[in-house]
Design a protein around this ligand. Structure first.
Ligand code: COA
Length: 243
């Protein structure tokens, strides 16, 4: 039996999603993409999940990006175009109400770092190397990276990473705000769990509404964003669901 390329485990109210192709440094292939899609739908629809944590299996990587062995092969090119048109995986993950944490170690490249950037909080271990190598391959980041990166870091840093493709280390990522914490490798999941527990100790509706206020507000002129904040604050006060 083939191993699933994504493990989905619910422990109490935390969903742990493990990218599970360690021999390929958790490269994201079509099968993993499909499994990520199903998992994102589960996160959207399961009210018992209060926080989700993404992580990578094995010692070496969160994910080394899109599976380059699928590049340029005719059937998979057609397949991947079809999949992209029908399923906006990254848009779906960005639209999730539940708070998302990325626990990153080793390589976080291309679609790997892009997945992490769809999360709300990023914890990295000291050995993490984060980069967008696509331009060097004659391509551009297309799991949202050209847009999400400059929303996390200053535009000059984003431009440097996109144009050179050179990775940055964990400490640099911390300094420019791409990750919120750097921890020793052997404490990564402990710290991710502690952060998940902190979030779970907050009222779930307030957490989800606050997440929407920040994310949706970023896309709006300030006056509209403040109006959005007022509406969401009223819902939080009224304790209403249905954002
Ligand atoms: N897609 C498919 N397979 C990948 C992969 C990817 N993105 N990244 C790594 N792998 C595979 C390698 O082919 C290798 O498989 P093998 O053991 O069957 O030969 C295995 O993972 C280990 O990688 P390897 O290259 O041997 O490790 P390394 O330590 O020498 O180098 C990297 C690590 C991350 C620098 C290197 O693997 C790399 O550059 N990967 C591609 C990264 C990339 O361009 N990602 C973005 C794609 S848009």
């Amino acid at each position: 039996m083939t191993e699933p390329s994504l493990l989905f485990e619910k422990r109490e109210a935390v969903a742990w999603l493990t990218l599970n192709r360690p021999r390929s440094l958790n490269a994201i292939n079509m099968a993993m993409r499909d499994e990520l899609w199903d998992a994102a739908l589960a996160l959207r629809d399961d009210p018992d999940v209060r926080v989700a944590v993404f992580k990578g299996a094995g010692d070496r990587a969160f994910s080394a990006g899109a599976d380059i062995t699928e590049f340029g092969t005719a059937p998979s090119y057609v397949e991947s175009r079809r999949a992209r048109h029908q399923r906006d995986l990254w848009g779906l993950i960005l639209s999730l109400e539940v708070p998302l944490i990325a626990a990153i170690h080793g390589y976080a490249l291309g679609a790997g770092i892009e997945l992490a950037m769809c999360c709300d909080l990023r914890i990295a271990s000291e050995d993490t190397s984060l980069g967008l190598p696509e331009v060097g391959l004659g391509y551009i980041p297309s799991a949202g990276g050209t847009q999400t990166l400059p929303r996390h870091v200053p535009p000059g840093i984003a431009m440097q990473m996109v144009l050179t493709g050179d990775p940055i280390d964990a400490v640099t990522a911390l300094r420019c705000g791409l990750v919120q914490r750097v921890v020793p490798r052997d404490r990564l999941y402990e710290e991710a769990e502690a952060l998940a527990r902190t979030l779970m100790s907050r009222p779930p509706l307030a957490l989800r509404l606050a997440k929407r206020a920040v994310l949706d507000g970023l896309e709006m002129p300030l006056a509209d964003a403040l109006a959005l904040e007022r509406r969401l604050a009223q819902r939080a006060l009224a304790g209403q669901g249905g954002i």
